[in-house]
Design a protein around this ligand. Structure first.
Ligand code: NAP
Ligand code: WDW
Length: 338
């Protein structure tokens, strides 16, 4: 089998390709670029594609996927597509309609994976970051477990009137698998420990790179058969909307550069390979043809255990995407150690 198509088995029996294509681009990038680059990514060998309601590109990404299916390059079942439920749709009755509206934009029958994008609810509605007159984001409170599960109580006493929550989306076949993103250990445990849990999250997608290697969260996830998926694995796009411009530039790190030289690869490839060898599924965003093609070379070389130790030594618990404007929400995930 082509090593490019390496996949990991999820705790629900489905398989996830270990290298994923990140599709987020900031608002100033013309939307149609997502069609071109997603096609290029599939042509280069990516089979896992990561998007979200929030990225405002599902129409374009769906079009690209369907066009690669139509031209015979891939079949639907070869592609692993992830979408995410945004925080303004965290009322239980909004969950399935939100997924259906993503599917309609995508013109697909199902997503492979549907994630809770971030573990805190915002004021319900179409505005992604609802703000009050003082510019403060308007929070909402929802029990995270209530959006997740078809609880034993509901199943028993209200047959046929189950709320349209994440587990229901899986039962309805609209999402093959369900998972979470940006959850800390405590928030994961809240879901895992809920009585009547029907499906565990298959993954937790979190920021993860050599400066924030998430080793504790990774150990915890592995112990629960939950895959850790790394976003921002190349150190983010450094866009001022999300990231402090004074933050260190990951891909200029001297140790990454030295390892790149040693292996005759690039710092980006070292950062991606690092994740695969520690059992992390890794996302890589690029809107550049050369770099999209470069990133699939992650399957062409190996780091030694010495290299891996050196990379582990780069950790400094440095988080690029802090979302400090959400810090006073009771469910803000990044106050706990991990
Ligand atoms: P990233 O994967 O960390 O990449 C950062 C930058 O690296 C890109 O802008 C890209 O620029 C550059 N790059 C890519 N390949 C390269 C190479 N071979 N050599 C040198 N530079 C290279 O970016 P990200 O978008 O922050 O994260 C990846 C994906 O994770 C996102 O697109 C999104 O799908 C997901 N994500 C999810 C969350 C969440 O909350 N769940 C948060 C953040 C991200 P060029 O385009 O110019 O190549
Ligand atoms: C919470 C979680 C916003 C945006 C966002 C809040 C979030 C993302 C780079 C790539 C997100 C940063 C894509 C923005 C409030 N996650 N992206 O996925």
């Amino acid at each position: 089998m082509d090593p490019k198509y390496q996949r990991v088995e999820l705790n629900d029996g489905h398989f996830m390709p270990v290298l994923g294509f990140g599709t987020y681009a900031p608002p100033e990038v013309p939307r149609n670029r997502a069609v071109e680059v997603t096609k290029l990514a599939i042509e280069a060998g990516f089979r896992h594609i990561d998007s979200a309601y929030l990225y405002n590109n599902e129409e374009q990404v769906g079009l690209a996927i369907r066009s690669k299916i139509a031209d015979g390059s891939v079949k639907r079942e070869d592609i692993f597509y992830t979408s995410k439920l945004w925080c303004t749709f965290f009322q239980p009755q909004m969950v399935q309609p939100a997924l259906e509206s993503s599917l309609k934009k995508l013109q697909l029958d199902y997503v492979d994976l549907y994630l809770l994008h971030f573990p805190m609810a915002l004021q319900p509605g179409e505005t992604p970051l609802p703000k009050d007159e003082n510019g403060k984001v308007i929070f909402d409170t929802v029990d995270l477990c209530a959006i997740w599960e078809v609880s034993a109580w509901r199943t028993e006493h209200r047959k046929g009137r189950q709320e349209e929550v994440m587990e229901k989306c899986k039962d309805a076949g609209l999402a093959k698998s369900i998972g979470v993103s940006n959850f800390n250990r405590r928030q994961l445990e809240m879901i895992l420990n809920k009585p009547g849990l029907k499906y565990k999250p298959v993954c937790n997608q979190v920021e993860c790179h050599p400066y924030l290697n998430q080793s504790k969260l990774l150990d915890f996830c592995k112990s629960k058969d939950i895959v850790l998926v790394a976003h921002s694995a190349l150190g983010t796009q450094r866009h001022e909307l999300w990231v402090d411009p004074k933050s260190p530039v990951l891909l200029e790190d001297p140790v990454l550069c030295a390892l790149a030289k040693k292996h005759k690869r690039t710092p980006a490839l070292i950062a991606l390979r690092y994740q695969l060898q520690r059992g992390v599924v890794v996302l890589a965003k690029s809107y550049n043809e050369q770099r999209i093609r470069e990133n699939v070379q992650v399957f062409e070389f190996q780091l030694t255990s010495e290299d891996m130790k050196v990379l582990d030594g780069l950790n400094r618990n440095y988080r690029y995407v802090v979302m400090d404007f959400l810090m006073d929400h009771p469910d803000y995930p990044f106050s706990d150690e991990y």
